[in-house]
Design a protein around this ligand. Structure first.
Ligand SMILES: *[C@@H]1O[C@H](CO)[C@@H](O)[C@H](O)[C@H]1NC(C)=O
Ligand SMILES: *[C@@H]1O[C@H](CO)[C@@H](O)[C@H](O)[C@H]1NC(C)=O
Length: 279
């Protein structure tokens, strides 16, 4: 999350005026577009993009963001990260979704698409779809050697489309039990989700219990449960991605779990993951 950047927005106003005749957007304060879904129809949509943080950084100075994911400067994100507005960030449920973006018009644009992951939010109203990109991601849309010149534009139009997220190298889904978790409050961050990239429902099962219990969306890509009765691990987690694909990570969080700890799973979504797996 970040506050507005007066410098960039001043540049933005000038560039906006210059772009308006050729663009489809007019006013400076536009309502968000419809939520982007998982139909992967290949159609390009129009958005506006700015960038924030260091010119060759990952966005936030702490390499985090409103999704709760840390180290977005490191693999597999490699700083190819972005804030999304409402139809992209979806109050956090859009976290982890992937978009191909390519800039248009600007003489510095290569026209080649690059992929970014939603890891942060910016609900600014500069256009119905708005990407506030890391400096790295913004610059990566330029022709070779023109990254800085492209960044100097401050705000540009781009074409974008939702694409399935790919995590090569056999990367499975990773869970992070958040700081402050205890037997009465368990908060779990979910990351490296392939295909849809985002999780719209998480359910939890204690090993000793036959029942799945819905977790509540906390913020970003973090899901939580609060109970009056102490929970006992191991815990299995059942994830539903935006298109309705379901996977179970059985006993992924062990009995002796600790807060602020990473638990690797052995599950990952693929294009062929069914929408209703037997739990
Ligand atoms: C769009 O996403 C937001 C955030 O998840 C949600 O509250 C809203 O209902 C969605 N809108 C539609 C039309 O699905
Ligand atoms: C989810 O939130 C609701 C409303 O605050 C609460 O009643 C319910 O117990 C929560 N569920 C879990 C599993 O924490």
């Amino acid at each position: 999350m970040r506050s507005s950047m007066p410098g960039v927005m001043a540049v933005a106003a000038v560039v906006l005026a210059a772009l308006t005749p050729g663009g489809s957007f007019s006013g400076p304060d536009l309502p968000p577009g419809p939520n982007v879904t998982t139909d992967y129809d290949g159609r390009w949509l129009l958005a506006r993009a700015t960038w924030y943080g260091q010119p060759t950084g990952a966005g936030p100075d702490d390499n985090g963001g409103a999704c709760g994911i840390k180290d977005v400067n490191l693999p597999p994100y490699n700083a190819m990260s972005s804030c999304g507005n409402v139809p992209l960030f979806k109050d956090g449920k859009g976290c982890g979704s992937c978009y191909e973006i390519k800039c248009r018009a600007a003489a510095e644009c290569s026209g080649e698409p690059v992929v970014v992951v939603i890891t942060d939010m910016n609900y600014g109203h500069v256009s119905p779809y708005y990407f506030d990109l890391s400096g790295t991601a913004f610059g990566s849309m330029a022709k070779p050697g023109l990254n800085d010149q492209l960044r100097h534009r401050g705000i540009i139009d781009l074409d974008f489309r939702r694409v399935p997220c790919k995590y090569p190298g056999g990367q499975n889904i990773v869970f992070h039990v958040e700081e402050g978790s205890n037997p009465f409050y368990l908060a779990v961050l979910v990351k490296f989700v392939a295909v849809d990239g985002n999780i719209v429902q998480a359910d939890l099962k204690e090993k000793a219990s036959p029942e799945w219990e819905p977790m509540n969306h906390s913020w970003g890509t973090i899901w939580r449960t609060d109970t009056v009765k102490a929970r006992r691990g191991p815990f299995s987690l059942r994830l539903t991605s935006e298109s309705g694909k379901v996977l179970v990570a059985t006993d992924v969080i062990p009995e002796n779990w600790q807060p602020n700890t990473v638990y690797n799973s052995n599950i990952q979504f693929s294009i062929s993951t069914p929408c209703r797996a037997a739990a």
